[in-house]
Design a protein around this ligand. Structure first.
Ligand code: ATP
Length: 285
């Protein structure tokens, strides 16, 4: 659905923000895009949306080059940025103006999400709280029915019930021909939602793999002391949280936060454990 070939980007000379990024995003999947502050996640999302143009390399999305921003492409992609401004109009007026840009827009679905998110429908958008406005934009993005949906920190500002509502609607709206890419630091908000993980660190792609591959290869457990065969371990209030090889084919819940930290601190151990089917950037160099 989206192929990213060796792209690099810099806002300023000699200060790379993305370097030699190679990725494939497939339809029917929800991707979690993780990375430290400044790793380049937003810039990658903007590149996919055609809002910034790679200095080298190519992106092909739905057969289009995003940077050309052709109307056919724009009708099939929606980007929910972290910060945004909504006009001082009612949701109804907002739809009258914006929905025609998306030929598959489903009005009924939009109002259904608005109800599920408990957003007052007659209120001027400008008078809503940040979290409420974010939910309006999420409802709009899902109702566009675009094949690609990009979200930058979508759960930022959402209250606890809305976060679980968000997971529910996202899972329901994913179809075989749609692809959702979510950049976030709130990994717990993505629990049981994402099925693919992409990790960026310091301008590079560290890892792109499926959650299934992670759970088949690794186990996540809590111990009283650090196990001798731990690939990575850290002390927590509940004990020593550790990642080990899944030699007994156990089914444990992936601790994404622990996994992310392990990749930053002991990348070689984790990547070589996953290496069988995993793509990492070194394979492209
Ligand atoms: N408009 C801009 N002009 C110049 N530099 C920028 C601009 N936007 C981002 N950068 C720089 O590019 C780098 C990557 O930023 P980006 O926003 O893509 O990272 P991120 O991974 O999304 O970070 P965060 O998790 O903090 O949101 C940072 O060093 C940032 O300072």
């Amino acid at each position: 659905m989206i192929t990213v070939k060796n792209i690099s980007y810099a806002y300023r000379k000699n200060k790379a923000v993305l370097e030699q990024i190679n990725l494939h995003f497939k339809a029917g999947h929800i991707y979690g895009l993780l990375g430290e502050n400044g790793a380049g996640k937003t810039t990658l999302l903007k590149s996919l949306a055609g809002l910034v143009f790679p200095l080298s390399g190519d992106i092909e999305a739905l057969g289009h080059e995003p940077a050309k921003r052709s109307p056919d492409f724009l009708a099939e992609i929606f980007f929910i940025p972290e910060d945004f401004v909504l006009p001082a109009v009612t949701p109804k007026r907002y739809l009258q103006v914006m929905a025609p840009f998306y030929p598959k827009f489903n009005h009924e679905l939009f109002y259904q999400f608005m109800e599920e998110f408990s957003i007052p429908q007659e209120t001027n958008l400008e008078q809503l709280s940040f979290g409420q406005r974010k939910k309006v934009l999420i409802a709009f993005g899902l109702a566009t029915k675009t094949r690609i949906l990009l979200m930058d920190e979508p759960t930022n500002g959402l209250d606890i019930p809305s976060k679980s509502q968000f997971r529910k609607v996202m899972a329901c709206e994913l179809t075989e021909d749609r692809c959702f890419i979510i950049s976030t630091h709130q990994v717990r908000d993505l629990d049981n939602l994402i099925d693919e993980l992409v990790i960026l660190s310091q301008t590079r792609m560290v890892l792109a793999t499926s959650m299934q591959q992670i759970s088949e290869t690794l186990v996540f457990k809590v111990f009283h002391e650090v196990p001798a065969d731990a690939l990575y371990a850290e002390q927590s209030i509940s004990g020593v949280k550790a990642i080990l090889l899944n030699t007994l084919k156990e089914d444990t819940k992936i601790d994404i936060e622990l996994f992310f930290k392990s990749l930053l601190l002991v990348p070689n151990k984790i990547i070589s454990a996953l290496n069988n089917k995993t793509i990492n950037h070194e394979q492209y160099i």
